[in-house]
Design a protein around this ligand. Structure first.
Ligand code: HEC
Length: 160
């Protein structure tokens, strides 16, 4: 009898373990299509997510040009444009002001950068900087001021 109870305890232990080991349902497989779409929309990058990257590119663009790394600078201008286009999709509330920014800054900024002439670049960068801050004002974020960057973060630029 004691042996039987032991076997029973052992078996129920195994079934408990299998229950605990079962992974939680993965919504990517189990949810229906409208639920999946809802979740994906929720997971889209926010304006804040995008703007953190924008701040990095802003610094990297400026210092790439200053260091004469023009190819890298041109690449930054393209990424900045793509970030704003992404913002238009993920945050429709910001789309009108995003369009205005693109209208003023592009293609002027990449064109000026492609001349590899610091003076022309500097003028275009200054215009972009003003437009960045104008968009912050339009979106009740006027306190996000952007001074000229003292340093940049990219390892490509290898700054202190
Ligand atoms: C379409 C309008 C728009 C444009 C254009 C824009 N921003 Fe922003 N930016 C925002 C909004 C909105 C926020 C606040 C994000 C939020 O909702 O929390 C922001 C926030 C920021 C922040 C603060 C991020 C944080 O959370 O710490 C930085 C840095 C920034 N922007 C940099 C830039 C730079 C640099 C440019 C230009 C190259 C730029 N932004 C252009 C709308 C814009």
């Amino acid at each position: 009898m004691a042996r039987l109870i032991l076997v029973w305890l052992w078996l129920s232990g195994i079934s408990d373990m299998t229950a605990a080991a079962e992974p939680p349902a993965d919504w990517r497989q189990s949810a229906d299509m409208p639920q999946k779409v809802d979740r994906l929309v929720e997971a889209l990058p926010s304006a804040a997510n995008i703007m953190i990257e924008m701040g990095e590119r802003y610094q990297n663009l400026y210092w790439a040009a200053k260091q004469g790394k023009w190819e890298f600078a041109i690449y930054q201008t393209e990424e900045i444009k793509e970030l704003i286009e992404k913002l238009e999709i993920t945050r429709p509330k910001r789309a009108a002001s995003a369009r205005e920014f693109l209208g003023v800054v592009f293609p002027l900024l990449p064109e000026a950068t492609k001349t590899r002439d610091w003076k022309k670049f500097e003028a275009a960068f200054e215009q972009m900087r003003r437009e960045c801050m104008a968009c912050h004002v339009k979106n009740e974020m006027g306190f996000v001021q952007l001074p000229l960057p003292r340093r940049a973060t990219s390892p490509v630029l290898n700054m202190e």
